[in-house]
Design a protein around this ligand. Structure first.
Ligand code: BGC
Length: 514
């Protein structure tokens, strides 16, 4: 690929190209997304399998089978079932804070290694589960694994990538999430057919495979130059930079990385540093972007698509099949994002994706409302069901080329090195917290708000689309250690990030001139 590249707005040029080495390293690191996606797809599928429900959640099973006449909206409403799904996200939330320290002090690779190993243990416990307690303990292990992976992988990818291709490489994480979901949905479709009712064990136990890929992969990965410098291996960092950029001409970028690292060392307490006024834009973004990402309601579809389809009258097999179709849409849409994100930029994708999600969310709400009204009783014809699934596919596509990948990309690229790892923990924990809240409240909310729930998510999508339009500056093509200037030029954020000498910002800002 092409050599040097220029940065818009009078920024700096760093020579470099996309090397095979970087590509392979990013491919291996992205496998961290596989464990995340695999779990999302698997847990959604097994909770709609009768033998699984009968063994662990018999009340839900009987409610579903025996009381056909009650409201469709409420038949899966079980606190235990939602706890099964959402316990993982609480564990991930807590784990991400420990992962931040490991990532900062030991590097990105050990974090990925720990994540893979703990996820492996969780898969084994879940595959062998004898009771709900064992299931939930297994899910806590899976959650810890996911917390470590989401902390380290997006950072790793953003640091390895040349600025010009950072979007593309970083989205590898989301791409692997979608691949994981698709594979899991296909596996569920197959294991649900296993005679004897133990197919769910295969689904849960096979989580060991992506975990082994990630654990073994992390041993083979090179460290990022940023992390090497941060841990005092300066010479090694320089040769690594030459290697990943495919040129000896890396002095300019290297000087910036070292400066960023010096500024970083001056910061003894990244958490309190983050609260300084000059980091306000980044802090606000890492709180709001992941929260908004979850308030799209995407995980309602990811976790509960088969349950949702059963709710509106699909048979078990048709429900799992629909989940597979949705999985294909997710993979394809994310692939589109990979190819356009560095050309079109982050803002246009987020805004278009937001508008498309609002539209299809409203249509789904209307379609379900027309058929089931507010008493939740009704049946739907096949063409009508196809209409609902199609709208869900368009909704999911919009998410997977916009808020899905960019919900991870944007927060991972806006922080200066000294607070990057701490900032990423905030992103992960807010994401997990909101995933937990949505997973925990969806089934009861569906039971109470009925089809209105879809309008609630559409309202959230409206707010976030307006927010991005007004407050998110474009980050495409800006070198990661130069990100400062986007805030200085922004109509609103410039009041927080200034060049005033002696301001708290100046104390920690890397001297990025060469
Ligand atoms: C989100 C997850 C979601 C996944 C797949 C990720 O970006 O953070 O919550 O399940 O995409 O849609």
């Amino acid at each position: 690929m092409a050599g040097g590249f220029s940065v818009p707005d009078g920024g700096k040029e760093y020579p470099g190209k996309m090397t095979l080495f970087v590509f392979l390293a990013c491919l291996v690191a992205s496998s961290g997304g596989l464990i995340f996606g695999y779990d999302i797809g698997i847990s959604g599928g097994v909770t709609s399998m009768d033998p699984f429900l009968l063994k662990f959640f018999p009340d839900v099973y009987h409610e579903e089978k025996l009381q056909k006449s009650t409201s469709q909206y409420c038949k899966f409403n079980s606190q235990l079932l939602t706890t099964f799904t959402s316990s993982l996200y609480l564990a991930a939330l807590v784990a991400s804070f420990f992962a931040s320290t490991v990532t900062r002090l030991l590097g990105r690779k050990p974090s990925m290694f720990c994540g893979g190993l703990v996820f492996l243990a969780g898969s084994v416990i879940n595959g062998a589960a004898k009771d709900v307690a064992m299931l939930i303990i297994g899910r806590i292990f899976l959650g810890i694994g996911i917390g470590f992976a989401s902390q380290s992988v997006p950072l790793y990818l953003s640091e390895m990538a040349p600025a010009r291709l950072r979007g593309m490489l970083n989205i590898g994480f989301q791409q692997m999430i979608t691949v994981g979901i698709l594979i899991a949905n296909i596996i569920n479709y197959g294991t649900a057919k296993i005679e004897g009712g133990w197919g769910w064990r295969v689904s849960l136990g096979l989580g060991a495979v992506p975990a082994i890929i990630m654990t073994a992969g992390s041993l083979l990965l090179p460290d990022t130059p940023n992390s090497l410098i941060e841990r005092g291996h300066t010479d090694e960092a320089k040769s690594m930079l030459c290697r990943i950029r495919g040129t000896e001409d890396v002095q300019a970028e290297f000087v910036d990385l070292v400066a960023a690292s010096e500024a970083s060392k001056a910061v003894k307490h990244p958490w309190s540093t983050l609260r300084q006024r000059s980091y306000r834009p980044q802090l606000v973004m890492s709180l709001l972007i992941p929260a908004f990402q979850q308030l799209t309601g995407i995980n309602v579809i990811n976790f509960y698509a088969p349950v949702l389809f059963k709710t509106i009258g699909f048979g078990s097999e048709a429900s799992l099949m629909s989940a597979v179709i949705i999985g294909f849409f997710k993979v394809a849409s994310c692939l589109i994002s990979i190819f356009v994100v560095d050309k079109l930029g982050r803002r246009p994708l987020l805004i278009e994706g937001g508008l498309q999600m609002i539209f299809f969310q409203v249509v789904v709400g209307i379609l379900i409302g027309i058929k089931f009204g507010s008493d939740g009783v009704g049946t739907i014809s096949k063409p009508y069901a196809i209409g609902v699934v199609s709208c869900i596919c368009f909704f999911v596509s919009a998410f997977d080329w916009s808020w899905g990948p960019l919900g991870w990309l944007v927060p991972s690229e806006i922080y200066p090195l000294e607070v990057r790892s701490a900032g990423q923990s905030i992103t992960v924990s807010v994401n997990m917290l909101f995933t937990f809240i949505v997973a925990q409240t969806f089934l009861p909310m569906l039971c109470h708000f009925k089809f209105g729930l879809f309008f609630f998510f559409a309202a959230c999508e409206t707010i976030m689309t307006v927010y991005v339009t007004l407050f998110l500056p474009e980050t495409k093509n800006i070198p990661i250690e130069e990100m400062d200037r986007i805030w200085k030029k922004h109509w609103y954020w410039s009041r927080f990030v200034t060049d005033v000498p002696g301001g708290d910002h100046e104390m920690t800002k890397p001297k990025s001139s060469v």
